[in-house]
Design a protein around this ligand. Sequence first.
Ligand SMILES: C[S@@+](CC[C@H](N)C(=O)[O-])C[C@H]1O[C@@H](n2cnc3c(N)ncnc32)[C@H](O)[C@@H]1O
Length: 193
Amino acid sequence: MTGSSLPAAYFDGIFASDEDPWNLASSEYEAAKFAHTHDVLSDRRYVHALEVGCAHGVLTSHLARLCDQLLAIDISTNALAKAHERIGDRPGVALARMAFPKEAPDDQPFDLIVLSEVAYYWDLVDLDCASEWLRNKVRSGGRVILVHYTGKTDYPHSGDDAVEILWSALDASFEIEQTERRDTYRLDLWKRR
Ligand SMILES: C[S@@+](CC[C@H](N)C(=O)[O-])C[C@H]1O[C@@H](n2cnc3c(N)ncnc32)[C@H](O)[C@@H]1O
């Protein structure tokens, strides 16, 4: 598929009509995927981490255990309202509405960026912009983890295409620490040179 990045209204609509979109809080499959993500990352702690597309905060809760400061962002106001209910005032976790990468944190460098089930929503302009932001904002030795469904999508890209487009823009700046394919998703872990 091609087309423009999916807008906030699309995701606001999903969160307005469904208490648990994509069954993130209720499916065993998602729980196992989140545990996998957590396990891959758990060999170190992260001082400043960013989760892009936090939805209602289910993966956020797993990530928070590994991070001193975690900024979790989402394009959808409705998603963030639900994330606030789940996360509350948990120390070290901040939630913010941002349409990444056009809106992105501009201050400190990060030592972890989490792109889980989100990059296939972006068009080529946004994938290019995301690559540039990652190149500039991930500190040396810092990581990017990408977890994406590998089946067919109705989005601007498939999971495989989105990951490969990002990688082709970043391969001079990052090295691959891990690439793993499970039945229906892929997990990629990159380290900033
Ligand atoms: C399928 S959910 C994935 C949630 C979580 N990352 C996970 O792996 O379970 C995708 C989330 O990304 C958000 N999202 C989509 N495009 C975004 C963008 N450009 N910037 C920030 N969040 C975005 C959506 O609102 C939605 O909450």
